[in-house]
Design a protein around this ligand. Structure first.
Ligand SMILES: *[C@@H]1O[C@H](CO)[C@@H](O)[C@H](O)[C@H]1NC(C)=O
Ligand SMILES: *[C@@H]1O[C@H](CO)[C@@H](O)[C@H](O)[C@H]1NC(C)=O
Length: 202
């Protein structure tokens, strides 16, 4: 066996301690990355958020248990078609990103009662319609991204309960008409000079 030089040994020890120092939190789901990351609220308030990054892992369902302190949950680019275990044990969750998944019906998304949720991303899925009160569970929501789906029908009462929404993205769907009454429940929606920025349809 080759002699182990002092330098080899030192490098080996340094690497071992590096591995220990960056070892993943025990409550972090397998393959996901759990760390504090910068986050900006919809009103551009800076925060350091406990982030669980499970992007692009080929997941068919959500990890069974997420760290209870999770604030931002990233599940972009997976194959999730259903969320049947509500996330209401995540008392401080503020953002969920389900963009680029396999969701075809919003009734398959059971998030539970999430009193801190501000931002929900479901763009680039296969959602076809927004039925009555389909997101009333998440009444605190300020940003909703539903662009690049197949939405052809929106109930007049679809957005009932979302009175805090300031940003709604519906562009790149299959809508043929836009109805004024959709917006009645959302008095705080921002309509900026460049409408396509915050409330876009085309
Ligand atoms: C949620 O946030 C509050 C306020 O920052 C904190 O005191 C509490 O411990 C957090 N809850 C969890 C489950 O992390
Ligand atoms: C996506 O969901 C459909 C059913 O809605 C299913 O037939 C298909 O296999 C799923 N695709 C993937 C990649 O999971």
């Amino acid at each position: 066996m080759k002699d182990v030089s002092f330098v080899d040994l030192f490098v080996g020890l340094a690497m071992a301690s590096f591995v220990v120092a960056t070892e993943e939190r025990p409550d972090c789901p397998k393959l996901c990355v759990c760390e504090i990351r910068p986050w900006f609220s919809p009103s551009s308030v800076y925060m350091e958020a406990q982030t669980v990054d499970c992007n692009d892992l080929g997941l068919f369902s959500l990890p069974e248990k997420l760290p209870v302190g999770t604030q931002v949950l990233l599940l972009q680019t997976n194959n999730v078609a259903k969320i049947d275990q509500p996330l209401d044990y995540l008392a401080n969750i503020t953002e969920i990103d389900l963009s680029q998944n396999n969701l075809s019906s919003i009734s398959d998304v059971h998030l539970g009662n999430l009193p801190q949720l501000l931002s929900l991303h479901m763009e680039e899925n296969w959602i076809r319609e927004l039925p009555e009160r389909c997101l009333a569970e998440v009444a605190t929501l300020q940003e909703l991204y539903m662009n690049h789906n197949l939405i052809s029908f929106i109930s007049p009462l679809a957005f009932q309960g979302l009175s805090n929404l300031v940003r709604l993205h519906l562009n790149s769907n299959k809508l043929k008409v836009i109805k004024k009454e959709w917006f009645d429940p959302m008095p705080n929606l921002e309509i900026p000079d460049d409408r396509r920025k915050s409330c876009s349809f085309y």
